[in-house]
Design a protein around this ligand. Sequence first.
Ligand SMILES: NCc1[nH]cc(CCC(=O)O)c1CC(=O)O
Length: 313
Amino acid sequence: MMSREIRIATRKSALALWQAEYVKARLEEAHPGLLVSLVPMVSRGDKLLDAPLAKIGGKGLFVKELETALLENEADIAVHSMKDVPMDFPEGLGLFCICEREDPRDAFVSNTFASLDDLPPGSVVGTSSLRRQAQLLARRPDLKIQFLRGNVNTRLAKLDAGDYDAIILAAAGLIRLGFEDRIRSSISVEHSLPAGGQGAVGIECRSADSAIHALLAPLHHRDTALRVTAERALNKHLNGGCQVPIACYALLEGEQLWLRGLVGQPDGGQLLRAEGRAPVESAEALGVQVAEQLLAQGAAAILKAVYGEADPE
Ligand SMILES: NCc1[nH]cc(CCC(=O)O)c1CC(=O)O
């Protein structure tokens, strides 16, 4: 028997609400007559918007409250940015749908300059992502990286207030919120390898809720799911939390996955890179294999130094 109603747990940020509305619209389109409602809630990550993520520590900063709502049957599905979803799920919950990926790249946003290469020496760039910082500084050691957190709208407002010469954001968030015209240039994945899952929206629900799984099936995008599976396996093998200098990006070449991974020192002094190819059936093994190559080059020491500075709980 099909459920007749689906309640979507979502954070209240503009991007989270956009993604929840997107899933709602797609569910209604796939299942005429289905009732879909939103259950907005505040996550711990949202309450701590002023602290550097690496210092807050703790995985799943943006998803725990939503998962509690699922477990207590106050909502049926939770919509997440895959980039923010931890590797492991609480007992009874799982990820049952990954939607088609938006542009996975990082975007260069500035009111003055057209691209990274245009920035004069010593320019101030806003980002709080160690992954972006490491790759930026490796290419441009002269740049000054300045702390920047908050929702997409807040970050754009801080740029407009004149605090930065440029900021780096995920292209996907800007595009979804209608700010595509703020992107001065998209940074190639060769220059800024994205975070695992960047640009993809995933749906979590109760593992036993087969009626909900059936309703979600039309929203699932196989190619995106295979790519994100390989990326997440790499993150998991490196024990990557939500804020570490780890990047990974998978592409499909026919029925073969090509996965690139990177671990960088936050100051850009060292960037470790590895890559591999495997048939789609081996997506997870590929993630582990590329992670192993990074470990063999010394990734553990870099990550340990970063975790050592963090102050979880
Ligand atoms: N960490 C916050 C976050 N989570 C997902 C996105 C962008 C959208 C996406 O990657 O799907 C962002 C903002 C950003 O990194 O600029």
